[in-house]
Design a protein around this ligand. Structure first.
Ligand code: AGP
Length: 606
C-alpha cells in the first residue's frame, strides 16, 4: 500500500514529485524518496518517516532533473530505513514499486551470483537489478523491462527511469493500480488520479499486465502479450486543490463532520424529490436473483453486514456476507444467476478485487459500491453505485462508511419494491426517515463535546467491549475497529446475545462496555445484558434514545441520548457517536489519528 509517482517534463520535477507524494501519503508513510536524472545519471534523496523528512532533506540537498520518480512507503519487506526506502537503484536503473514480488529471494540469489550488489532488504531492489542485468545483456530499456516483468511473480505497480534516457519513463501494472496522466508536453504516472489532479485531469488506467513507455507528449501501452493497445483517456473531475483540514485538527474529524452533507449528496443522487428511488439500471432483475453475496474488507465489510439485515428484511433476499480475504480462497459454490455486491472506498483493495474476480468467473453479476471513480473495482463491475463523499484522506474510514450504508439501504429498498416484498409506500416511509438523517447527525455533532468528555473514561482502558443486536451488531464491530485502529486500545465487538456464552467472564470494573441500544424491538433483551454487566461491576457506556433511557431499569455508568429515528436507518445515525468516541479517545492518547502506526489507507497488497 505504497504511493508512487513518475514525471517526464521539461522543467525540474523534484518539488512536483513531492507534491504528488503528499497526495498519496495516506497510502503509506514509513519512509519516502525520489530519484531524478542529473546530467543523465541517477540521483536519489530518501528519508525515513513522514514526507516532511524528505522535504527537509531536499531543502538542504536540492535535486535537479526533468524526469523522476517518487515513492511513499508502507513497509512490506525490510523495516523502515533509508536503505530500504524507495527508489531502489543500480548504476543504470531506478525503480519505485507498490506491491509484493513473491519470488524476490530467488531472483536476488540469481542476481548476486552474477555479481549484482544489493544494499537493501527489500523485494523491490531485485527488480532494479533484474532490469539492469537485461540492459547489460544489450537489451533496450523497453525490452529489458518487458523481459524482467515476465520473471516477476506477485503484484506490482512500477515507475522506472534509466541512466542516459532523459526522455523516457516506464510504468507497469500487475495487481496494483497505476494511472497514466497526459499533460501539456508532460507525462505522468501515479498510483491514483488524486496524485495527478494538480497536473492533469486527463487520465488513463493501465490494465492487468500492461506496461507503458512514456516519452515527451506520448504514451505507448503494451499488454502482457506485448501487443500495443489503446487505453481510454478519462476526463476526471478531481480537484487539483490541495485537500486541507480546514479548521479541523485532523482529517478524520473533518470527514466525520462532513457526513451530513455527503450523505445528503449521496442520497440525492438516488432519491427523487418525491421520495422515489432513482437507481442506475441494474444488470439483472432483482426478482430473478436467488441469492446475494456481499464481499468487502474492514469497515466496508461491516457496512455489508448491515446490508444483509436490510436485504433480508426489506427484500426477502437471502444474503451471504464474507470478508474478502476468506471468500477468495474458500472456493465457495456460487448460486447460478446470483449477484455479488462489492463494497470498497478505494476500489483498489487487493482481496476485495480478487473476490470480485472469483465471483465473475463463476457467473455472478457484480454490483459495486465504491468511492473512487474509475478505480479498478469500479472498472471491473457490471454496475457501479458510487458513494459521493469525496476523497477520504484519514486512514480510519468514516464518511465512506455512512455513505456506503446510504447506498446499500437504497439498493435494498430498490430490491424490496422490485420483488414486491415491500410496497412503494413502505419504501417512501423509510426514504423519508433517511432524508432526516443528516439533520439528526448534526444534532449528535453539536454534542460532540459530551463524547469528548466520555472518551476520558476510555483513554486508560486496556480492553473495551462493544455490544449491539440486530442492525446494531455490525456497528459494535465497527465501533471496536475504529477504537483499536486509531487509539491502539484492544477492543472487541460482540452480538449482545452472545455475552452469556463467554465474554461475560471478561466483565470487571476495569473494562468499559459500550452498548448500542436504541429503543427498538430488541431493546428489552439488550437492557437485560446491560443489567448483567452492571451486576458484575462492569462500567457500561450506553448509547440509546429518550425512550430507551426512560425504560432502563438500572442506571449505566454513562448514557448518551441520541435523537430518535426509524429503526431501519439507526445504523447510519449510531455510526457517528462511535466514530467520535474513537476519535476523542485517540486524541486523549496522543496517537497519530489520521495516519495510525502500521496502517495505510488502501490495502492493495494481500
Ligand atoms: C477502516 O477504518 C479501515 N481503514 C479499513 O478497515 C478499510 O475499511 C478496509 O481496508 C477496506 O478498504 P476499502 O473500503 O478501500 O476497500
Amino acid at each position: 500500500m505504497c504511493g508512487i509517482v513518475g514525471i517526464l517534463a521539461s522543467r525540474p520535477v523534484a518539488d512536483i514529485l513531492v507534491d504528488g507524494l503528499r497526495r498519496l501519503e495516506y497510502r503509506g508513510y514509513d519512509s519516502a524518496g525520489i530519484a531524478t536524472l542529473v546530467n543523465g545519471t541517477i540521483q536519489t534523496r530518501r528519508a525515513v518517516g513522514k514526507l516532511n523528512a524528505l522535504a527537509e532533506k531536499l531543502a538542504h540537498e536540492p535535486l535537479v532533473g526533468t524526469v523522476g520518480i517518487g515513492h511513499t512507503r508502507w513497509a512490506t519487506h525490510g523495516r523502515p530505513s533509508v536503505d530500504n526506502a524507495h527508489p531502489h537503484f543500480s548504476t543504470q536503473v531506478a525503480v519505485v514499486h507498490n506491491g509484493i514480488v513473491e519470488n524476490y529471494h530467488s531472483l536476488r540469489v540469481e542476481l548476486e551470483d552474477k555479481g549484482h550488489v544489493f544494499k537493501s532488504e527489500t523485494d523491490t531492489e531485485s527488480i532494479a537489478h533484474l532490469i539492469t542485468d537485461y540492459l547489460q545483456q544489450g537489451l533496450t530499456p523497453q525490452a529489458a523491462t518487458a523481459a524482467a516483468l515476465k520473471r516477476l511473480e506477485g503484484a506490482f505497480a512500477l515507475a522506472i527511469i534509466f541512466t542516459g534516457h532523459e526522455d523516457l519513463l516506464i510504468g507497469a501494472r500487475r495487481g496494483s493500480p497505476l494511472a497514466v496522466g497526459y499533460g501539456e508536453n508532460e507525462m505522468y504516472l501515479g498510483s491514483d488520479a488524486l496524485a495527478l489532479a494538480p497536473l492533469t485531469n486527463r487520465i488513463s488506467y493501465l490494465e492487468e499486465g500492461d506496461w507503458v513507455e512514456l516519452t515527451p507528449g506520448k504514451a505507448v501501452v503494451h499488454d502482457e502479450d506485448g501487443h500495443i493497445v489503446e487505453r481510454k483517456i478519462h476526463q476526471t473531475n478531481l480537484s487539483g486543490a490541495v485537500i486541507g483540514k480546514g479548521e479541523y485538527r485532523h482529517f478524520m474529524l473533518k470527514e466525520i463532520f462532513e457526513q451530513p452533507v455527503v450523505i445528503g449528496d449521496t442520497m440525492n443522487a438516488l432519491i427523487t424529490a418525491e421520495n422515489k428511488l432513482s437507481m442506475p439500471p441494474m444488470p439483472f432483475d432483482w426478482k430473478e436473483i436467488p441469492r446475494l453475496s456481499i464481499v468487502a474488507c474492514g469497515t466496508a465489510c461491516y457496512a455489508g453486514m448491515v446490508a444483509k439485515y436490510w436485504f433480508e428484511q426489506l427484500a426477502g433476499l437471502p444474503v451471504d456476507v464474507d470478508v474478502a480475504s476468506e471468500f477468495r480462497y474458500r472456493e465457495s459454490p456460487m448460486v447460478k444467476g446470483g449477484a455479488m455486491v462489492v463494497i470498497s472506498q478505494s476500489g483498489e483493495t487487493a482481496d476485495t478485487l480478487a473476490a470480485l474476480n472469483y465471483a465473475k468467473k463463476h457467473g455472478q453479476k457484480i454490483l459495486s459500491v465504491v468511492n473512487v471513480q474509475h478505480s479498478t473495482i469500479a472498472r471491473q463491475s457490471d454496475c457501479v453505485v458510487p458513494t459521493l463523499c469525496g476523497p477520504e484522506i484519514s486512514v480510519a474510514s468514516t464518511k465512506a462508511f455512512t455513505t456506503q450504508l446510504t447506498v446499500l439501504l437504497c439498493m435494498a429498498l430498490h430490491a424490496g419494491v422490485a420483488r414486491s416484498h415491500i410496497s412503494e409506500a413502505k419504501a417512501s416511509e423509510i426514504l423519508q426517515a433517511l432524508r432526516e438523517i443528516p439533520a439528526k447527525i448534526n444534532e449528535v455533532l453539536r454534542e460532540d463535546h459530551k463524547i469528548q468528555e466520555l472518551s476520558q473514561n476510555l483513554a486508560d482502558a486496556k480492553d473495551v467491549l462493544y455490544l449491539g443486536r440486530g442492525l446494531l451488531f455490525p456497528l459494535a464491530l465497527e465501533g471496536a475497529l475504529k477504537l483499536k485502529e486509531i487509539s491502539y486500545i484492544h477492543a472487541e465487538g460482540y452480538p449482545a446475545g452472545e455475552l452469556k456464552h463467554g465474554p461475560i467472564a471478561l466483565i470487571d470494573e476495569s473494562m468499559p462496555v459500550v452498548v448500542l441500544a436504541p429503543h427498538d424491538a430488541l431493546f428489552e433483551k439488550t437492557a437485560s445484558n446491560i443489567q448483567e454487566v452492571v451486576a458484575r461491576g462492569g462500567k457500561v457506556v450506553m448509547f440509546t434514545d429518550k425512550v430507551g433511557l426512560a425504560n432502563m431499569p438500572t442506571k449505566p455508568f454513562w448514557v448518551s441520548v441520541l435523537p430518535e429515528t426509524h429503526p431501519v436507518v439507526m445504523p447510519i445515525l449510531y455510526s457517528v457517536p462511535v466514530q467520535l468516541l474513537a476519535y476523542y479517545t485517540a486524541l486523549a492518547k496522543g496517537t497519530d489519528v489520521d495516519q495510525p502506526r502500521n496502517l495505510a489507507k488502501s490495502v492493495t497488497v494481500e
